[in-house]
Design a protein around this ligand. Sequence first.
Ligand SMILES: Nc1ncnc2c1ncn2[C@@H]1O[C@H](COP(=O)(O)OP(=O)(O)OP(=O)(O)O)[C@@H](O)[C@H]1O
Length: 268
Amino acid sequence: MIADRITRSFGGVQAVDVEHLEIPRNAITALIGPNGAGKTTLFNLLSGFDKPDTGAWSFNGRALAGIPAFKSARMGQVRTFQLTKVLARLTVLESMKLGATGQRGESMLAAVVPALWSSQEREIEQRALRLLKKFNLFEKKDDYSASLSGGQRKLLEMARALMTEPEFVLLDEPMAGVNPALVQSLLDHVLDLKAEGMTVLFVEHDMHMVRHIADWVVVMAEGRVVAEGPPYEVMRDPAVIDAYLGSHLDADIGVITGRYDEEGNKLP
Ligand SMILES: Nc1ncnc2c1ncn2[C@@H]1O[C@H](COP(=O)(O)OP(=O)(O)OP(=O)(O)O)[C@@H](O)[C@H]1O
């Protein structure tokens, strides 16, 4: 994804002022920065949930600036949400099926010809059940989404995003509120997205996640991109440590992106 001159202000506050930004294809990129840095605003712009004052960006050569989310989903881009109030009142399977709305290939013809409609329905249900199995939520398919734990909700959000078979997935704080027992499973699922060829961008405060799975890190402060690069470089940048990481880092500054076995050997 390539972006230029993105600005967005609210009243007198310049929330985003990004000159140039590139998100590498088929890699996992972390967007980090202190509170109020403009991460959420940029994320909302890129995912089509807000409109920029100026700026243009494209993914795989297709212009996306200002395109609303339901349209960009058909173009292969999808995001997860932190808050799922509405979905909480649906069952897990229903939430998944709703995630297919706006899928690519959905045609007007299918909507008016019942035979086509029902075959598409069946296909959507099959896909939903396959994903629920993969994300260990199959047993929960008839439970209300509200009954899930924080971590299971995160798994559902991710599984749901995959209903549109996206190429570019934007994850909104995938680790927020996740019980430590589910952290590894979530990290593995994000690594799987990359293994399956997707491009991933996530906003996250959890440095554990950034250090362990990001291939590329973009640091924002006061609406601007102040540093970007591979995590081992960015996290050693004195300006970044001063501005942000100092208060978030524990003793372990090691960056170990990827999968490892129990002896610490890197897996392919
Ligand atoms: N809808 C809005 N109306 C007014 N000001 C806003 C709005 N959204 C964001 N802002 C302002 O824009 C700036 C950037 O906010 P943003 O939420 O994007 O930062 P952030 O990096 O996501 O912060 P956090 O880590 O706390 O979520 C802040 O000064 C914020 O107060």
